[in-house]
Design a binder for this molecule. Sequence first.
Ligand code: FCB
Length: 456
Amino acid sequence: MSELRFPEGFVWGAATAAYQIEGAAREDGRGPSIWDTFSRTPGKVFQGHTGDVACDHYHRYADDVALMAELGLAAYRFSIAWPRIRPDGTGPVNPRGLDFYDRLVDTLLGRGIDPFVTLYHWDLPQALEDRGGWTVRETAEHFADYAIAVHRRLGDRVRTWTTLNEPWCSAYLGYGNGMHAPGRTDAGDAFRAVHHLLLGHGLAARALRAAGAEILGITLNLADVQPADPDSAADAAAVRLIDGLQNRIFLDPLTGAGYPDDVLAHLSGMVEPDFIRDGDEKLIAAPLDLLGINYYSPSYVAGRPGGAGGGAYPGSEGRVEFLPPAGPLTDMGWMIEPAGLTRLLERVAADYPGLPLVITENGAAFADRKGAGEAGGVADGDRVAYLDGHLRAAHRAIARGVDLRGYLVWSLLDNFEWAEGYRKRFGIVHVDYLTQRRTPKESARWYQEVISRNGL
Ligand code: FCB
């Protein structure tokens, strides 16, 4: 294979999220989040796993940052736990919660690692869910207030701010099919949540900009949706519907085009869209400095009357059939198709020009086995192959003119994989949950090499 170099200044990093790694769920005044509640609800998370302890990163952050430095990371994407900052959702700011991120940011900067802050990676304070969660407008306003409280404390050192991680998941999995917290199952609520998440993004982005935030973005899990049969008009219509529900419903309003007509017509069949008020689309279209894209796997769909639909795509039942994933799969059962990443990056660059892109997540779960003994390593050649393939795919997009600025692997550490608990391992660093011992996998050493060469 030929040698590939990335553009000078290309940002190499890794990503995590608060609830998935921090633990210390009841420490220093943290309040409960919807994930604390959900993970304690019988049957929702694999074997009742919770984030109570997770990777104990809250106490081990300094060692974890040292490990990041050893791997040569230039950036670290982490999220702030809203319930640490505003434990009861609307009350006073909890300074001890901010203290943790203050220490983390200083430790990162001390090692020359650029902090990429995500303000919301799914852990809504339970107190706000009790008032309606993302189905009510007030939550968007509370989000902007919280964002400003964090910026007030960290804004002198953090340059890169992203508001939301994957609002598609928060809305459709949280309020539509109930697979994620808060576990509600109402199509109308899912669309209300989409809108209030976007509104929260817009309000927070404007407030952060006014406060002097340098680089503002949002992270979306965009879908590379492909037709089962490229010649079928029915399949093309299915692609259009799923693309609308996952991609255009977010990208169009974020970039100033408002909600797409076909998507509005679709959702209006399920809910009266009276929650979209005059002026909202303008608020959502706050200027962006970067778009974070999370990519794992493509989807293939067919247009079929009576199709099962995708549970996470309200109104796709009876119209769309998702093809079962084919070929090599990850431990999540997700298809491995690096070409999907190239297609997705090129499509976003073509349809939404002028937005610098960063891959804020890409990676794979595999059933890693740690070798025996103290020195035992983890030979995760399957993960190396996955990452290698996707970096080549990203490079192809850059070579074709896509303005891709960086790549953040998901994830630095094995961690709490939401409804799957700890049974799915995404880390390039192995975590032994009994001892909290970290062991860089073969993929971590490989990534270290990639970073040092700025290429493959
Ligand atoms: C993404 C999430 C992230 C992680 C990966 C595997 O949807 O943003 O927290 O769970 O998937």
